[in-house]
Ligand binder design. Structure first.
Ligand code: NAP
Length: 440
């Protein structure tokens, strides 16, 4: 029998799941449904534009997409073009791989002022994500503040402090590259509410700060402990030790030799955004960390700035008809299983953590669930791909195929100005117009 599986979301988790399914048995047909006309989710819209090597994993996903048993249905939105329940009626199994696209919100007074952005919006903007192409953050500022001590905060600080030449080698859309190149920003503050050994930066990313030619990373040496606390678990300890060593290396250079400064500030938590309509500063409270938890000390200080980006993590969007775990920002599941025939992989399953390949084991786990759930099924009665195509056709929805995407990609590559690797389409209407007028 042939099992029909729909995967909603074409980011890394979706593709890893597709791969695992194809490997596990020959009688499986996999359809990947994506809201945007473009595939790859976080690879395209989250991974930093200056991390092109990381984006190369898309080539592996392309191989999967081009497999005969796989079809891509781009520009099809669940909840608008078709409901989740309709999809479950049509397919034997549905896998949610829609990630955690929403920001964990900064909930301090003034957080709604102009010039304050969440990292989903800011990163989406500089990555040319259609939802955020119109953000137009004001970068005509001298000081920027980034809240959070994770890799997303580092990405933002690094892109703002890179040289124009460095940025020219990225796939930043023109509008974002021009805004960053023209920005007079001199100081970028990265605030962590806990200490240097609690920071979630991975070491390769932190060390990259030492390679930047026009900016210096700075940290007060007095805040760096001599050693990592003994009670830390081994893996975290090794990471913290490497990070400490990297931060010590920050001090070996002279700030006078650099145009821009990235200040790593620890033990400081945001309490208020200052300014009238637009942000003019941020009030921070000194913290102390007891048993790994940061708490305020009642001592405050202000930093004048014209931009605040909160990079404090992400959460999944709730899905109609399914329970939602407010605390973790995920759809509750048992190791990826939500119900018979309904599964979750990636960030919607386990929250926004890890690197791209961390979603790979989720695919393997889902295959095990599907094998168990469908062990006694001899003949599938569900129409799968034919059923979806028929419904979309009846509703006048024209899905974007993988071949269409390759047409879009060819145009993106062709119009990039050397040394940029590509100039992305950032607007869905432009993509659809291109396919209408130049598609194969
Ligand atoms: P993250 O690693 O979870 O970091 C979030 C940061 O925000 C933490 O420092 C956290 O502090 C802080 N934070 C949370 N709530 C806060 C609050 N209310 N006030 C002040 N600070 C607050 O999340 P992320 O940076 O968004 O990254 C998401 C995932 O993507 C991570 O697994 C990351 O490694 C991955 N990623 C990887 C790469 C790469 O490999 N190059 C690039 C980008 C992202 P506490 O620790 O105190 O909670």
């Amino acid at each position: 029998m042939t099992l029909s599986i729909a995967i909603i979301g074409s980011g890394p988790a979706g593709f890893y799941a597709a791969n695992a399914l194809l490997k596990c048995r020959d009688d499986i047909q996999v359809d990947i449904i994506e809201r945007l006309p473009t595939p790859y989710g976080l690879i395209r819209g989250g991974v930093a534009p200056d991390h092109q090597t990381t984006k190369k994993v898309a080539k592996k996903f392309e191989k999967t997409a081009l497999t005969e048993r796989v079809a891509f249905f781009g520009h099809v939105e669940i909840g608008t073009d078709i409901t989740l329940n309709e999809l479950r009626d049509v397919y034997d199994a549905v896998i949610l791989a829609v990630g955690a696209p929403a920001d964990r919100k900064l909930t301090i007074p003034g957080a709604d002022k102009k010039g304050v952005h969440g990292s989903a919006a800011f990163v989406g903007w500089y990555n040319g994500h259609p939802d955020f192409q119109d953000l137009e953050p004001d970068l005509n500022i001298e000081t920027a503040v980034v809240i959070g001590n994770g890799n997303v905060a580092l990405d933002i600080a690094r892109l703002l402090s890179r040289s124009d030449i460095g940025r020219s080698k990225t796939d930043l859309p023109d509008y974002a590259r021009h805004a960053m190149d023209a920005s007079p920003v001199k100081d970028i503050y990265l605030f962590g509410r806990r200490g240097p050994t609690d920071a979630k930066f991975t070491n390769v990313e932190l060390r990259e700060m030492l390679d930047l030619t026009e900016s210096i990373s700075m940290v007060d040496p007095d805040v760096l402990p001599d050693a990592v606390p003994d009670e830390m678990e081994d893996r975290a300890k090794r990471l913290a030790e490497k990070n400490l060593e990297t931060m010590r290396a920050f001090a070996n250079r002279d700030p006078k030799d650099f145009k821009k400064r990235v200040h790593f500030e620890f033990y400081a938590s945001p309490v208020e955004i200052l300014g009238d309509e637009k942000v003019t500063g941020i009030r921070m409270e000194r913290t102390q960390v007891i048993d790994g938890i940061a708490s305020g000390t009642g001592k405050y200080f202000d930093v004048a700035c014209g931009l605040v980006v909160a990079a404090i993590g992400y959460r999944a969007d709730p899905i109609d008809g399914l329970p939602y775990d407010e605390t973790r920002g995920i759809i509750p599941n048992d190791r990826g299983r939500i119900d018979h025939g309904l599964y979750a992989v990636g960030w919607i399953k386990r929250g926004p953590s890890g690197v791209i390949s961390s979603s790979r084991p989720d695919g393997v786990e889902v295959v095990e669930h599907i094998a168990a759930d469908f062990a006694g099924t001899d003949e599938s009665a569900k129409p799968g791909r034919a059923g979806l195509s028929e419904m979309l056709d009846q509703r006048g929805v024209r899905p974007v195929s993988f071949e269409d995407w390759k047409d879009l990609e060819e145009a993106e590559l062709a119009r990039a100005a050397h040394p940029a690797p590509r100039q992305k389409f950032t607007d869905v209407d432009d993509m659809m117009d291109h396919l209408e007028n130049h598609g194969s």
